[in-house]
Write a protein that binds this ligand. Structure first.
Ligand code: PEP
Ligand code: MG
Length: 829
């Protein structure tokens, strides 16, 4: 059973790393979160008992009924103030309820007298509880969810052979399993002990001091991993590693904005499309990066010489990486730490050593050892781990470069150039970044690779997976990189280049203003409240979205949990995922779309008979109703989210009111089985013309309606959204689609139900004034667009939006609507 720790005061939540005191920053007292206070009252973070209250009134600890112990330490060195400025409101032994005031303090006086007001909130009994989720880098109010604790299972079992092996099972809370960064942390922790330590995942077993062995375990979120220890300090080592594994290791914070569902775009001649790895706009000449193979002799000159050469090369590379690991940029530092662990990885060293002993050269041996591990990782089939192969290739190249004296080709990029490469290794990007490139275009790569993470951290626009078409780009080709719409334009006309430059400048100014006001609620200039939410695929997305000012989520694509795997996720796994998303957006509405499988989203374990027209066949709620086992499991997982009602339920692909009724009946039965008295909202997606035209009837029984413009467009225009032959015509700004949206709003709002848009049109700046004018009051956009969407809405009055929408409905084509929108924007500059 997890325990939610709510924030004991209002402020800015940050990681303990930001606390300028090693006692807290190095977790000597335990793990937790720090808060830069904006409020002056500490309140109870859960129902419990006051265990300690320092005489100086600056620190208090509480114990929950479950046994979790939490210390709240107001400011640093505040013990010196001897109680000056602190007013305790409770006594030791007192029972308190969540939100009860505990200590009041004089914010100004303490701020003047103490070196820092930063307030660590620490879980002090780490042997019993681990943090599975935490809110950091966000504004937080008192009583909003700060951390989720999970008990560390104490199922220690002893057996004995030549020594005592003790083991413990831990359920992994890492959202992407043990990948490079967590592996590096585990290795580092393991190195602090003498004991022999291993991790087991099913029938795979790996040494805890080897990051590659840990990667090859192929773990995923929720796996039950067994930790085994043997040796002098086995108990302490086991406790430390098990406690670490039960945490999220800070991984719920987003490394890169989600690339899910970028706004749909139609490619013109001279454009190449790609997947957005890091959003933004850039213009500049292409700078091609060509990567030569580093040749190495296969035979060595003698084992002793080769060993010495390998050792020396590892020393060189280690020193080089260590210098970069000092970076102020947290994402660079984290990636470099992972690389440091790889250069000293015992499996790699053993693999290379064995080859050297067999007469191979150091370079050949190192390359062989790396490729053994790459093969093992590929065999796991885990997409996240496979993206980490780049890190191994990176270490291979760096070491071979040091061994052979071959320079790595990263020097010759001019400032402002757009890097064009087949692929880019993290170390190459870090080296190239010093030259101030404007953007990155890659033939290969994935949106969650380390290169994508680094680009996002550096604010460098990047497109990946652009395919072989990129090979046509030569050095110095002028490029317009649009990592908002997902394409690059080659050799633009002077007019296109000028328009792009103007867009770049305008967007930069608008982004600055939008970021400054991101956390404020959104209203039109004449005061109409419009909620700006984010479309999410994971808890990491949710945290990123919260930082961007999202007022909730209008669409959680729950199928992210169901796709790319062999079996459906079990209830606990789903519940943990939904809870984590709700925790990341405390007090804000989160709309979970029920499983939307079928059509363009197949899942191997949900067999659907071959269909002539999959888009018109078993899709969305039709599949879910045909598989009540899956649907019930998902509904139960949603209903279990704490607090009840935090998550609303949304039904995809509704074509008739009967589908809504069937889901509602099921929800009511489950609520009664689960003794849930509070109502839980159930809404429908408007993705079919049938739903749009019966919005008034649906509104009689649905709590809300949200328009999925991606599917609505394909069904209104009878154009497959995934068919490149008709892609040019699939534009949601088509007046027919806009009329459907207007009709939906008119019919549903007359019945008192709100209408939102969660399809791609909500992330299209040109569409926002029209949607508001048509009567939409909630927009759910890609997370990276949230702050900007708020700013656009703030600049509109309802009456001008209505007039503009009215004109749009009279246009004869999508192109005419887009021209009208450009003119509308022009008049407002
Ligand atoms: C839509 O159809 O607009 C929608 C939001 O759903 P998806 O794109 O996931 O099908
Ligand atoms: Mg859809």
């Amino acid at each position: 059973m997890s325990l939610i720790i709510t924030s004991p005061l209002r402020g800015w939540a940050t990681t303990l790393d930001s606390v300028p005191d090693p006692v807290f920053a190095q977790r000597m007292m335990g793990d937790g979160v720090a808060i830069e206070p904006l409020g002056d009252t500490i309140v109870a973070p859960f129902d419990g008992e006051v265990v300690t209250l320092h005489d100086a009134g600056h620190a208090i600890s509480l114990r929950s009924a479950e046994g979790a112990e939490v210390l709240i330490h107001i400011g640093l060195d505040t013990v010196m103030l001897k109680g000056e400025g602190f007013t305790p409101l409770v006594a030791i032994g007192q029972t308190v309820a969540r939100g009860d005031p505990l200590i009041r303090f004089d914010l100004d006086a303490v701020a003047l007298a103490a070196p820092s007001l930063i307030t660590p909130v620490i879980v002090t009994n780490a042997e019993a509880f681990a943090i599975s989720r935490r809110s950091t880098d966000c504004a937080i109010g008192a009583c909003e969810a700060l951390m989720t604790l999970v008990p560390v299972q104490a199922n220690v079992r002893r057996s004995s052979d030549d020594g005592i092996v003790i083991e413990q099972t831990v359920k992994l809370a890492l959202p992407h399993g043990i990948h490079a960064r967590p592996a590096a942390r585990i290795c580092e922790a393991a190195r602090g002990f003498q004991a022999e330590l291993h991790l087991l995942n099913g029938d795979k077993r790996g040494a805890a001091r080897s990051t590659v062995a840990l990667l090859a375990l192929g773990t995923r979120f929720g796996d039950e991993v067994v930790v085994q220890a043997r040796g002098d300090d086995a108990e302490a080592a086991l406790a430390a590693i098990a406690a670490l594994l039960a945490t999220d290791m800070g991984e719920t914070a987003p490394a890169a904005p989600s690339a899910a569902a970028p706004p749909r775009t139609t490619l013109q001649a001279g454009q190449i499309g790609g997947v957005i790895a890091s959003p933004g706009l850039a213009m500049g000449p292409a700078a091609r990066l060509r990567q030569a193979e580093i040749a190495v002799a296969s035979e060595g000159v003698g084992a002793a010489e080769e060993r010495a050469a390998l050792l020396a090369a590892r020393d060189t590379v280690r020193a080089h990486i260590a210098a970069r690991a000092d970076s102020d940029d947290a994402s660079i530092a984290a990636v470099m730490q992972a690389h440091l662990a790889l250069i000293d990885d015992p499996e790699l060293i053993a693999g290379a050593g064995a080859r050297i002993a067999a007469g191979r050269s150091a370079g050949f041996a190192w390359r062989g050892a790396i490729h053994d591990q790459i093969d093992a990782i590929r065999a796991t089939g885990n997409a996240h781990l496979i993206e980490r192969i780049d890190d191994l290739v990176d270490i291979e190249r760096q070491l071979l470069s040091a061994l052979t004296g071959t320079p790595l080709e990263t020097a010759a990029i001019a400032a402002g150039a757009i890097i064009v490469a087949n692929d880019l290794l993290p170390s190459q990007l870090v080296a190239l970044a010093a030259a101030n490139p404007a953007g990155v275009c890659l033939t290969r790569g994935g949106p969650t690779s380390h290169v994508a993470i680094l680009c996002a951290g550096m604010g460098l626009p990047a497109l990946v997976a652009m395919g072989d078409a990129l090979a046509a780009i030569e050095d110095d080709t002028p490029l317009l990189l649009d990592a908002e719409l997902g394409h690059v334009t080659l050799r633009p006309s002077p007019a296109d280049a000028a328009a792009f430059a103007a867009r770049l400048a305008k967007r930069a100014a608008r982004r600055d203003a939008a970021q400054a006001a991101a956390q404020e609620a959104c209203r039109t200039a004449d005061g109409t409240r419009i909620e700006i939410c984010a479309n999410l695929g994971s808890a990491a997305d949710a945290q990123f979205a919260a930082a961007q000012g999202a007022e909730g989520s209008g669409l959680v694509r729950s199928e992210f949990l169901f796709l790319d795997r062999e079996t459906a996720p079990w209830e606990d796994e789903q519940h943990a995922a939904y809870q984590a998303i709700a925790d990341a957006l405390p007090g804000k509405p989160v709309i979970i779309r029920l499983l939307d499988i079928g059509g363009d989203k197949p899942a191997a374990y949900i067999p659907i008979a071959e269909e002539e027209n999959p888009a018109l066949g078993q899709r969305g709620i039709r599949v879910a109703l045909a598989r009540p086992d899956l649907l019930e499991t998902q509904l139960r997982a949603i209903l279990r989210v704490d607090p009840v009602g935090a998550c609303k339920i949304m039904i995809p692909m509704v074509a008739s009111i009967d589908e809504l009724r069937q889901v509602r009946t099921l929800v009511d039965r489950l609520r009664s089985d689960m003794a849930i008295a509070d109502a839980v909202e159930v809404g429908v997606m408007v993705e079919t013309p049938a739903a749009a035209m019966t919005a008034d009837l649906l509104a009689l029984e649905a709590d809300f309606l949200s328009i999925g413009t991606n599917d609505l467009t394909q069904y209104v225009l009878a154009m497959d959204r995934g068919n490149p032959a008709v892609a040019a015509g699939v534009d949601a700004m088509h007046p027919a689609v806009l009329r459907m949206i207007g009709e939906t709003c008119r019919r549903a709002t007359a019945r008192g139900r709100w209408v939102g848009v969660c399809g791609g049109l909500a992330s299209d700046p040109a569409a926002l004034p029209i949607l508001i004018g048509l009567g939409v009051t909630e927009l759910s956009a890609v997370p990276g667009f949230v702050a900007e969407a708020k700013q656009i809405v703030r600049g509109l009055t309802l009456s001008e939006a209505r007039a503009h929408a009215e004109l749009a409905l009279q246009c004869k084509s999508a192109a005419e609507v887009r021209a009208l929108s450009r003119a509308f924007e022009e008049t407002r500059r």
